[in-house]
Design a protein around this ligand. Structure first.
Ligand code: ZN
Length: 416
């Protein structure tokens, strides 16, 4: 089973041993951040630092001034990883990794950018109460879509790179992991999270009207549907997330007609971004002297109503729109089957890649000790590849366990 590990350029730049360690780990490929959101990241093995603070969303390469000239929305440059390479820290890291024999995929975050949202408040998703989400640009807006599509092409197709993985290539909403989050006071189930993620910016309201709905009626339907959540009358169920249950709950709370309007508008809007972004990446890849052999994968969830880093997408549409998907697989065997099964069914003909994404950092909810058996289950569900989150953040102990699992997988025959 082909395995790839996520890494940041700052895990590699300035650490001459990093590529060799990744080869020893047993991966054949890395997914290297090219356009990324703000983060504070541990670097347990780096010779020069232990904590990297990426203060805002940024690209890890110098953006092309001609490409962005005259545009209001543009990517931000970073200062936290110095590099002498004219292609910036991404190119420096990608070159070192490919010299060590590793294939490199770029890792591109699209519709999630808190600095953009602070600088351009009009681009924010606005919920039914009128609250703005500065971390979530509304992808229905033409300026946001143009920005994301342009960024996809530029950030995906970089030197020494044979494919890309587009994260947040779809709707973002309430869900947002943040160090200072204080939103846990009321437990929000999947349906409530979805309702709080529905956008009422002027572009989305126009979209609802074009579909024959009254935006104001929709807005009060959402506010009313959420009332039991605030009063405590509706308590989110525990247990594993159930995608069908969430969808049924949204329909029950909003009514079939309103739920249908939102689903239709959001599916059409997300698909337009997805198709335009993938097409722009393919066009940029085809213009390279290396030719067109460039894979475009989506970080995806099989439930179209889900929002966030793994944007929801109908599996049949994903198979038409991209070369494959990277699917979150951390959790129980039941959760894994629910997430992976619908995509795995599309992988049977071999033209659609399904990669099972496992968190292997024990301190971040991962389970490196069960990687071998979890990967075997994923293979049975149709996954052909593994993604390991994250070779830079993990402790030495976690990486030793992963190494053992990967070397065991390499010597065991495929089950299908
Ligand atoms: Zn909107």
């Amino acid at each position: 089973m082909r395995a790839a590990a996520f890494v940041y350029p700052w895990d590699v730049v300035g650490d001459p041993d990093a590529p060799r360690r990744l080869v020893d780990l047993g991966v054949q490929q890395v997914t290297l951040a090219s356009a990324y959101h703000s983060t504070r990241a541990l670097t347990p093995r780096h010779p020069r630092h232990r904590i990297v603070t990426a203060r805002h969303s940024a690209v890890l390469y110098p953006p092309d001034p001609a490409r962005w000239s005259g545009r209001r929305l543009r990517p931000y440059e970073q200062q936290w990883t110095p590099s002498d390479d004219p292609g910036g820290p991404y190119a420096e890291a990608a070159c070192a990794l490919s010299d060590a024999g590793l294939a490199v995929h770029s890792w591109v975050v699209l519709a999630h950018n808190s600095r953009l949202g602070e600088d351009f408040a009009d681009t924010n998703v606005r919920n039914a109460f009128g609250d703005r989400y500065p971390w979530a640009p509304c992808i229905a807006r033409a300026d946001v879509r143009e920005y994301a599509v342009t960024l996809a092409a530029e950030a995906a197709v970089r030197p020494h790179t044979s494919g890309t993985e587009l994260e947040s290539c779809g709707w973002y909403g309430l869900a947002h992991l943040h160090a200072h989050d204080k939103t846990g006071g009321v437990r929000l189930g999947g349906a409530a999270q979805h309702l709080l993620s529905l956008c009422f910016c002027e572009v989305c309201q126009d979209g609802y009207a074009v579909l024959g709905a009254d935006p104001e009626e929709l807005r009060s339907a959402v506010v009313q549907a959420l009332e039991p959540v605030w009063s405590g009358a509706a308590v989110a169920e525990g247990g594993p997330p159930d995608r069908e249950g969430e969808r049924a709950e949204v329909r029950r709370l909003l009514g079939e007609e309103a739920a249908g309007i939102f689903a239709s508008w959001r599916a059409t809007t997300a698909r337009r971004l997805r198709r335009e972004a993938v097409a722009a990446v393919r066009e940029a890849a085809a213009a390279r002297p290396e030719g067109t052999d460039f894979r475009v994968l989506l970080h995806a969830d099989p439930a179209p109503h889900r929002v966030g880093a793994n944007a929801g997408v109908d599996p049949a549409e994903a198979a038409e729109d991209a070369d494959g998907v990277v699917v979150p697989c951390t959790g129980s065997a039941t959760e894994r089957a629910d997430a992976l099964g619908p995509f795995g069914a599309r992988a049977a003909d071999g033209t659609f890649t399904v990669a099972a994404n496992f968190t292997v950092v024990a301190g971040m909810g991962g389970s490196p000790h069960t990687l071998a058996e979890d990967a075997a289950q994923a293979r049975g569900l149709g996954a052909q590849e593994l993604r390991l989150y994250h070779a830079g953040l993990a402790s030495d102990a976690d990486l030793a366990v992963v190494r053992e699992a990967l070397h065991g997988l390499a010597s065991s025959p495929p089950t299908r």
